[in-house]
Every structure is written in structure tokens, then in C-alpha cells.
Write a protein that binds this ligand. Structure first.
Ligand code: ADE
Length: 270
């Protein structure tokens, strides 16, 4: 999977993604990332200007269409695709989530456009952008951090990027449940004991406990996710057989009472 980032701050992207797991994945060849400086495509050879005033007035500068378009063209030619997937990171986009991460992870190449200043000339966005994506309802100073957040989340879904130990930690969000609480040594710390069930060695019970804890935690911390989980996992209706058995039991109980009543009545008749 190849990430291409159109940015005014390529060193920020390269420095951050070269660290930790994404850096290791790049070194091993599972992913690649290339931060391309939009300024290198400016037609202003003297000052490498990429922004200008907004038509109609208003504070701040706008990123111009031409350098971004030429940067995009250069990347698409390199990839060899005419209409590559281009994500414009903007607070005006759909909010990024795990499902989107899995969908993006299916692509061979993804281009990110990082905005700055007051935004980007609308015409180039119309021309090249396929997805408008935000990382949350707050405004950052630029698109680099959101792009890196998305690249990180997408990378860890690319086969080979995580080793087995790390993949074991990936379950949160897959079925709309948060991760259960986890504990390591020592068994007791500051008077707090590790829940006894986790020391029992009974894997079935441990799994049941973890699921229960995930449900409790999700309900408390993310009621919105819990609602989604409930829709996908509605409470199971009571089994018919059991209901039948219950009915028979109820019948037996009432029969017994009736029999007792009859016997009592017989006694009284004597
Ligand atoms: N650029 C500035 N703020 C942003 C956000 N919240 N998400 C994506 N891109 C942004």
C-alpha cells in the first residue's frame, strides 16, 4: 500500500511516519509513504508562492488551484492511474472511523491533500477529490496531523504491518464494542487485585467475562456504540423448547394444587 501526501510540510509527515510501527512497516516493504511538497509545483519560481487572497473578500489566504493540480498530476503519472483516490482532509468531511479505515486499506494507492491557511480553491477540489474526510468536530491548523492519523489507522490493517502480538489488540471497534479491561503483573498493586477469573485458567469463563466487561464499558463510555451493537446483537428470544418445558412445569404445578385441593375436599367430605 502506497501513501502519497500533498503537503506544504513534507518533513512533518516523513519524520512522524518514519517512527514506530509505520516506520518499521515501511522498512520491511509492507507500506510506502511519500510526502510531496506542493510548493515545488508553484509557477512563481522566485518566491514559490502557493496562496493568494480570496475573491469576494474575507480574512486569510487561500491555497491556489494550480500548484495542487500539478502536484496531483505528477503523483498520478507516477502511480500510473488516471483517477486515483484522493482524500481531502477537512473538518467539512465525513468523520473518519474504523469502517472507513478498512475500506481505504483495500486500495493500492491513496493520495492525501493537506490544506492550510483558510482553505483551498474550490475548483481544484471539484477536479481531483474523491473523498472529503474529517477526524472530528474541531479545527486544526492544517491537514498534516489528520492525514497522519488516518495513515496510521489504515496502515495497521495492511497485512504484515502488525505482528501477532499487536494484532491481538485490534478487536476494539470491530463489532462496535470497546476493549475489555486488561491487567499485567503484579497480581496486586496499590491494594487493587487482578480479577480472580483472569487467574483461573478457565478460558471459556475468561472469554465470557471479557465480553461482559466490553459490553458494560461500551454502555457506560460510548452509549452511541452500544446502541449500534444492540441492533446487531439483539437479545436472543427465549428458546421455544424451554418455553414449552416451562408451560408443562406450570401445568404440573397447577395440577398438583388442583389434586391437593381435590384431596383436601375429599378429606373434608369424610
Ligand atoms: N483540518 C483542520 N481540522 C481538521 C479536522 N478536524 N479534520 C480533518 N482535517 C482538518
Amino acid at each position: 500500500m502506497n501513501f502519497h501526501v500533498m503537503t506544504l510540510f513534507p518533513e512533518m509527515i516523513m519524520h512522524c511516519l518514519s517512527s514506530s510501527i509505520t516506520g518499521r512497516a515501511r522498512d520491511k516493504g509492507y507500506i510506502s509513504f511519500d510526502a510531496v511538497n506542493i510548493r515545488d509545483f508553484s509557477n512563481d519560481y522566485k518566491h514559490h508562492k502557493v496562496d493568494d487572497y480570496t475573491y469576494g473578500g474575507g480574512a486569510g489566504m487561500l491555497m491556489q488551484a494550480q500548484p495542487i493540480y500539478d502536484c496531483y498530476k505528477s503523483i498520478s503519472e507516477k502511480i500510473g492511474t488516471e483517477k486515483p483516490r484522493v482524500i481531502y482532509v477537512t473538518p467539512q468531511g465525513s468523520v473518519f472511523n474504523q469502517k472507513m479505515a478498512s475500506e481505504f486499506a483495500k486500495e493500492d494507492d491513496l493520495i492525501f491533500l493537506c490544506g492550510h491557511y483558510e482553505g483551498v480553491d474550490e475548483r481544484v477540489l471539484e477536479e481531483i477529490v474523491t473523498d472529503y474526510v474529517s477526524i472530528g468536530d474541531y479545527v486544526l491548523t492544517g491537514g498534516e496531523l489528520p492525514a497522519m492519523v488516518m495513515i496510521d489507522a489504515i496502515s495497521r490493517l495492511v497485512p504484515g504491518v502488525l505482528n501477532n502480538d499487536e494484532s491481538a489488540l485490534t478487536e476494539s471497534f470491530y463489532n462496535n464494542l470497546l476493549e475489555y479491561p486488561q491487567y499485567s503483573r503484579p497480581e496486586e498493586w496499590m491494594g487493587k487485585k487482578v480479577p480472580a477469573i483472569l487467574l483461573s485458567g478457565d478460558h471459556k469463563k475468561v472469554d465470557e467475562w471479557r465480553l461482559e466487561q466490553s459490553i458494560i464499558r461500551t454502555k457506560e463510555r460510548r452509549p452511541d456504540l452500544y446502541e449500534k451493537w444492540l441492533i446487531e446483537n439483539p437479545p436472543k428470544p427465549e428458546k421455544k423448547k424451554r418455553r414449552k418445558k416451562k408451560k408443562v412445569e406450570e401445568q404440573l404445578i397447577s395440577d398438583n394444587i388442583a389434586t391437593d385441593d381435590i384431596n383436601e375436599n375429599k378429606e373434608e367430605d369424610k
